[in-house]
Design a protein around this ligand. Structure first.
Ligand SMILES: *Cc1c(COP(=O)(O)O)cnc(C)c1O
Length: 225
């Protein structure tokens, strides 16, 4: 079943790239494994998947230990006091959303003598329940990054509003791409756009996603929280 699901997702991504005039470009598929066990992660890796996403550190830590050869993406809300653990285990943090976290990551990155690769999470829909910088906060935030040389911001991330269908997600994704075009500059290319989940990844790819984060379309529905 996983194999069929993966084939479907890959085919949909390829078709969306084609429709968007992006044929030949690559979209990185991050397999989101929250609530998914080691057996299925092994199966996914055997099918060639290399990028995996988790949104809670506590759940992720044992999986990172079991699968150190995979690339792990942190996609959930990150508390500043967890910055060190996340930096140690994860390739890319998708959820940088505030200055206090920048400071914590900079300090921990210095201690570990490495860079903190991040995406800036934007709350474009303005929903109060969502984390992320507002559009209005973005310019100052990007300027301040100059003072934090260990923080490498590689792009932007967003989530569409809850409960919207994929048509409702489209303007949100389009706006993220506009913000990328508006704010990119030499040394801060913001090349990555992490947008699109099971319900809206096709639209996200049509609107320029370079990374999609997909759980249930691969592994089946999650048990209710
Ligand atoms: C759970 C989650 C996903 C994947 O959700 P699906 O709808 O199962 O594909 C993507 N991004 C984030 C931030 C998540 O928490």
């Amino acid at each position: 079943m996983l194999e069929d699901n993966l084939r479907t997702v890959r085919r949909e991504i390829a078709a969306a790239l084609e429709r968007a005039g992006r044929a030949g470009e690559e979209v990185r598929l991050v397999a989101v494994t929250k609530t998914v066990g080691p057996g299925e992660i092994t199966a996914a890796a055997a099918l060639g998947l290399r990028d995996f996403g988790e949104n809670r550190l506590q759940e992720a830590v044992p999986k990172l230990r079991l699968f150190p050869g995979l690339r792990w993406h942190f996609i959930g809300h990150l508390q500043s006091n967890k910055a060190k653990d996340v930096l140690a285990g994860f390739t890319l943090i998708h959820s940088l959303d505030r200055l206090s976290l920048v400071r914590a990551l900079q300090r921990r990155a210095e201690q570990l003598d490495r860079e903190a690769r991040c995406l800036l999470q934007l709350n474009i829909s303005g929903e109060e329940s969502k984390f992320g910088l507002s559009e209005a906060e973005l310019p100052d935030f990007l300027d301040v990054l100059n003072d934090y040389p260990r923080i490498r911001v590689e792009g932007l991330m967003t989530m569409a509003p809850w409960g919207e269908d994929s048509a409702g997600a489209r303007p949100i994704f389009r706006r993220l791409r506009e913000l990328q075009q508006q704010h990119r500059r030499p040394g801060l290319e913001l090349a990555e756009l992490s947008m699109g989940m099971t319900g809206d990844y096709i639209v996200a790819v049509e609107e320029g996603a370079t990374i999609v984060r997909i759980g249930s379309a691969l592994f089946g529905p999650r048990p209710a929280a």
